[in-house]
Every structure is written in structure tokens, then in C-alpha cells.
Design a binder for this molecule. Structure first.
Ligand code: FES
Length: 134
């Protein structure tokens, strides 16, 4: 059987552009870019909050969140700045084993976080600006 050719009117009339494609209810690309904005793949560098440690008493059994990013206004503990400034960093959560006075790092360069190991006395930390990365 042979087909019959029928003329179908075009959706595009001369002088007018084609109608836009229908919007997608969920556009994956937008969601992933939103996530990347709040949870970046490459974390920011910690910044020097202070150049001397903070001595304080930790209470046995209590859980603390030590600021890793250096942006907290509640040093040496986290105030959520790492999240709101989109650093991609997270605080160090630890539980005190005993009640004792300790020196907690605020230069964020210690090799024994959250405790001060004397790295703040190094030339690199002493020359760094407060609020800037090492
Ligand atoms: S304050 Fe960071 S090592 Fe001492």
C-alpha cells in the first residue's frame, strides 16, 4: 500500500520564533550546583584565628567541637562559621576523657589537634596575618 502525503501546518509561523521547550520540574544541574555551593569539593584552607593557644578546663565526659577552619568567633570552639562561609571544613568533635586544664590550638597549624603543640611559635605562624591562611 502506498502512503498518502498530507500537508501539516507548521508550529512555527513565519516571523515568530519557536515556543520555548516546556520547563522541567526538577533540573538536576541546578540542584548539583546548589550542593556544590554549600559543600565545595575542595575545602578552604584554615585561617589563623590567634597566634597563642587558649588555656581552659575541659570537663570529663563532655563533648566539644574544636574549630578547624579558624573562622569561628567563639575560639577555640565552633560557632558554625565553617558552614555559613562555605569552607567545606568541619569541626573536630572530641570527648574529654578527664577533667583537666589544657591548651587548645587557635593557630590551626598544630600537628596534635585540638591541642597546642607549640607550632604557633614558628616563624611561619608568627609572620602570618590573623584571619589569613598559612
Ligand atoms: S596555638 Fe596552634 S600550635 Fe599552639
Amino acid at each position: 500500500m502506498r502512503g498518502v502525503w498530507v500537508s501539516v501546518p507548521s508550529l512555527v509561523t513565519p516571523g515568530r520564533s519557536a515556543p520555548p521547550p516546556p520547563a522541567q520540574p526538577y533540573q538536576r544541574r541546578e540542584i548539583s550546583s546548589w550542593l556544590a555551593r554549600w559543600f565545595p569539593k575542595d575545602p578552604a584552607k584554615p585561617v589563623v584565628a590567634q597566634k597563642t593557644p587558649i588555656r581552659l578546663e575541659l570537663v570529663a565526659g563532655k563533648t566539644y567541637r574544636w574549630c578547624v577552619c579558624g573562622r569561628s568567633k567563639n575560639q577555640p570552639f565552633c560557632d558554625g562559621s565553617h558552614f555559613f562561609q562555605r569552607t567545606g571544613l568541619s569541626p573536630l568533635k572530641f570527648k574529654a576523657q578527664e577533667t583537666r586544664t589544657v591548651a587548645l590550638c587557635t593557630c590551626k597549624a598544630t600537628q596534635r589537634p585540638p591541642y597546642c603543640d607549640g607550632t604557633h611559635k614558628s616563624e611561619q605562624v608568627q609572620k602570618a596575618e590573623v584571619g589569613s591562611p598559612l
